[in-house]
Write a protein that binds this ligand. Structure first.
Ligand SMILES: [Fe+2]
Ligand SMILES: [Fe+2]
Length: 306
């Protein structure tokens, strides 16, 4: 069953109650409606997120309500655009002065023109808002997730660096398999973190990853496996801190599971690399591995900030 299409009204009139029809999938609309929802309206106001498939609407009506802001009055008539905002402002504390201003002759049509101008640039602003939106993530973990995304980017380039240099069949098979998994990890982190919340130093992380994979590959498989074991030891701990933080919080079970899955893969990578090491690394290689561990920690510190 779909909601009937009422006639559109022209004038914002005082009314008993209002139903606000808004696009909850738009971060701009969501934020603005959030401001109104935090207020105590003078009249009852119902909120309908028309982006939800569970709200029964004819396809044309849904498209119309998503394209412009609408308010339905108690008599069933609809207001849209500036007139809808004015009707809402009339019942919102702190906004009534704007409704009174809009009631002056000629003001609502001007507001309507401004709203139409905004609608033209809305797609660009929506893209920007979505590219920054982290409201689906726990606030305290955004910086960690940025470092995860940077780390998985570096991991992908470690194996690309290795594959550029080595002709050793064992190392090539190892690097190809790990590259496949690291690409999946990067995809998961990219899906979690919007583009403008990722590290601004991604070029540097790619270069650092490439060098961290290519350099030991010049010296042979032992150097490669010791390097991977060292990196993965760090990464397993890095994920452990975040999993622990999420365990203490309610909700975010899917995010926690993603981190658990990645950590499990990294632990398997470490075990596989260590299994290839028949004897402990010498002083030089051990020094390199320590430098890799410290470099990873420094990269995380930087990526958490930038
Ligand atoms: Fe990874
Ligand atoms: Fe890994």
């Amino acid at each position: 069953m779909t909601l009937p299409t009422p006639p559109e009204g022209n004038q914002p009139l005082p009314c008993e109650s209002l139903t606000v029809l808004f696009d909850g999938a738009c971060p701009l609309c969501r934020r603005e409606v959030g401001v109104y929802q935090s207020l105590k309206p003078a009249r009852p106001v119902a909120w309908t997120d028309v982006s939800k498939a569970s709200v029964p609407l004819a396809p044309d009506d849904r498209a119309r309500y998503l394209a412009r802001f609408h308010v339905r009055r108690e008599d069933g008539s609809l207001l849209s655009g500036a007139a809808a905002f004015v009707a809402l402002w009339q019942v919102m504390p702190g906004w009534r002065w704007l409704a009174r201003l809009a009631a002056l002759p000629g003001v609502t049509p001007i507001l309507e023109q401004l709203y139409r101008g905004f609608l033209r640039i809305r797609p660009g602003i929506q893209w920007l808002a979505r590219a920054c939106d982290t409201s689906h993530l726990p606030a305290g973990l955004v910086a960690d997730l940025r470092s995860n995304h940077a780390g998985e980017t570096g991991a992908v380039w470690i194996y690309r660096g290795m594959l550029c240099v080595t002709r050793d069949k064992t190392v090539r098979t190892f690097a190809k398999n790990h590259l496949h998994t690291e690409l999946q990890h990067l995809q998961k982190m990219s899906a979690l973190l919007p583009p403008l919340r990722r590290s601004w130093l991604l070029v540097a992380w790619r270069m650092a990853g490439f060098v961290t994979g290519a350099l030991p590959a010049v010296f042979g498989r032992r150097a490669v496996f010791a390097t991977v074991a060292s990196v993965e030891t760090f990464v397993v701990q890095h994920y452990a801190h975040q999993i622990e933080a999420l365990t203490a919080q309610a909700g975010h079970a899917a995010l926690r599971q993603t981190l658990v899955d990645c950590q499990r893969d990294e632990a398997a990578h470490r075990i596989e690399a260590e299994a290839h090491l028949t004897h402990p690394p010498g002083a030089l290689l051990a020094g390199w591995c320590r430098a890799v561990g410290r470099g990873s920690a420094l990269a995380v510190t930087l990526a958490r900030r930038v």
